[in-house]
Design a protein around this ligand. Structure first.
Ligand code: SF4
Ligand code: SF3
Length: 541
């Protein structure tokens, strides 16, 4: 195996003998083979000029396959094997529809036995024989595409799709098989992926808000009640909706975890009095927090941390693209309906959660809510009450160096406001940083995909202040990344022309020195440094 797709990769170079995330060598190889198969499918579609409109089933299965390989999403070898087999049969069927000669091995290789699969999986991995910079850019593109597939998949669950997103996925995956691509071509392709990222986040925003209403300022309880509870984690709102419907009147409370916290901000979920609050913090603290939660836990997407305790493992359920060996997986029927009764029955036999925190936190500052407050915000900027906005979106993670973000938030001058989205927020959303004339100093827009809201807010302010360039706004970017959705968010911001983004806690291991230089020269990207220095630097931009 060789994997360097996330921020916690071994020695900031690559995981080679099992992942820091808990991924085994076998699983890593199988995921590589799945991606390789998806690349083969993409080549057939691109070179065979197949009409994307006529292959919806393929489109849906391809994004599902990509999403399964995102960090901490699916640890189940058997599921990945079944997915490879399914995608191989789809690939072979597609090949009969085209008359293209000289297809790549990814589009033609055959597997007869499990041994064949294991052997093939062991050498189609993440280190192709390209030159370092080409390989680096191909991985930037591939990881961005994984993030793109994730957001496209969530939108699809709400019956929203956009053909051009599938088109760029196929174009980009097929391109990663080519050997004669220039750096310029690959940089331009990364920007196309970034553009698609903006479109995918807009599509998901439209899907979420048309179904559940526009997020609004909301106080979320972080304490507990006395009933047994089910904890729901991950990003999929349709799963939460179904769980809330099915637990109504059962005496079971539902608590959100990690990236599910922002669901409380949507009007549609406020009608459920069985939605009790948010339990715990960012994904990496789950080991301890799941012990004290006592009840079942439902994962809808990443981030799963392989549980050490048998007790916790026996209470974990997965659905959608998530999976963990030995945990019950809930499939949907052909209409997307899921039966969560097994989880509910188990919850009834369990003790209520142990309270680990008290009080509430405030969020719900999506674009619509911030636009409603825009007079207040603009006035605060004009009077100098707000000097700068700091976009601190992205992911949290377990590295100690992420304490930087807590210290950064604490030390920011009192006339600054943090705009956040994603699980990065848990580093500073409980610090009680106060408000500026009624505007909280931490404005949480939602999940990582709601970084889109932060972009909308920036564009709105640009319009209100009559500026030509988004970089002339008093908004600076200090992002934290972990997995591949954050790679897509980064590409989306670069596509929109945002400059001088600080990125941490480390720069991606998959970026070669030359590619980093391209990003520094063209976009002003910088790695984080010391807290005080960075605050000084960013305040002056
Ligand atoms: Fe290592 Fe991250 Fe890959 Fe897991 S996802 S194997 S931690 S690089
Ligand atoms: Fe977090 Fe896993 Fe990325 Fe959606 S839950 S932001 S890391």
């Amino acid at each position: 195996m060789f994997c360097y797709q996330c921020q916690e990769t071994g020695r900031n170079k690559g995981c080679e003998f099992g992942g820091v995330c808990g991924k085994s060598e076998d699983l890593a190889d199988l995921q590589d083979l799945l991606i390789y198969t998806l690349k083969g499918i993409s080549e057939i579609i691109i070179k065979g000029k197949l009409d994307i409109k006529n292959i919806s089933y393929v489109n849906h299965q391809v994004i599902k396959g990509l999403f399964m390989t995102i960090t901490n999403a699916n640890f189940n070898d058997d599921v990945i094997i079944m997915k490879i087999e399914q995608m191989l049969s789809i690939r072979n069927e597609l090949r009969t529809k085209v008359s293209v000669k000289n297809l790549h091995d990814a589009a033609t290789f055959e597997i007869e036995t499990m041994n064949d699969m294991v052997y093939k999986a062991s050498y189609v991995g993440a280190v192709p024989k390209d030159k370092e910079d080409v390989r680096s850019l191909k991985h930037l593109i591939l990881f961005g595409i994984k993030g793109l597939a994730a957001y496209t998949y969530h939108a699809l669950n709400l019956r929203k799709e956009m053909e051009k997103l599938y088109a760029i996925i196929y174009e980009a995956l097929a391109a990663t098989l080519e050997t004669d691509l220039t750096i310029e071509y690959l940089v331009a392709l990364s920007m196309k992926v970034g553009e698609a990222g903006v479109n995918a986040m807009a599509l998901l925003d439209e899907a979420n808000t048309s179904q559940y209403g526009n997020p609004e300022t909301t106080k979320v309880n972080i304490g507990v009640r006395n009933n047994p509870g089910i904890l729901i984690s991950g990003h999929d709102l349709t799963d939460l909706e179904q769980l809330l419907e099915q637990t109504k009147g059962t005496g079971i409370d539902v608590y959100t975890h990690s990236e599910m916290l922002p669901s409380h901000y949507y009007p549609a979920f406020k009608k459920y009095d069985n939605l009790a609050g948010n339990y715990g913090n960012a994904w990496w603290k789950q080991e301890d927090e799941f012990v004290s939660f006592n009840g079942p836990i439902l994962f809808t997407t990443n981030c799963i941390v392989p549980p050490n305790s048998e007790d916790v493992r026996s209470r974990i359920f997965t659905t959608g693209i998530s999976g963990f060996p030995g945990c019950v997986h809930i499939e949907s029927d052909s209409n997307g309906k899921k039966d969560f009764s097994k989880i509910i029955e188990l919850a009834k036999t369990m003790k209520p959660p142990v309270e680990i925190e008290k009080g509430s936190i405030v969020g719900g500052f999506g674009h619509n809510q911030v636009f409603a407050l825009s007079d207040k915000v603009v006035n605060a900027v004009k009077t100098g009450a707000i000097k700068k906005f700091f976009v601190m979106a992205g992911c949290d993670g377990r590295m100690e160096s992420r304490e930087y973000y807590t210290q950064f938030a604490k030390k920011l001058p009192m006339d600054t406001v943090i705009l956040t989205a994603g699980c990065a927020k848990y580093r500073y959303n409980k610090l009680g940083l106060g408000d500026i004339g009624g505007i909280p100093r931490v404005l949480d827009a939602g999940q990582c995909n709601d970084s889109y809201s932060l972009v909308m807010i920036a564009l709105k302010l640009k319009e209100v202040f009559g500026l030509q360039d988004i970089n002339d706004l008093p908004i600076v970017y200090n992002l934290s990344w972990y997995e591949q959705k954050a790679v897509l968010v980064l590409l989306a911001l670069l596509y929109l022309g945002v400059r001088n983004i600080h990125l941490g806690p480390t720069l991606p291991a998959f970026l070669s020195p030359n590619v980093i230089k391209i990003l520094v020269d063209n976009f002003g990207i910088a790695e984080i440094g010391a807290v005080d220095d960075d605050i000084k630097l960013l305040m002056e931009i």
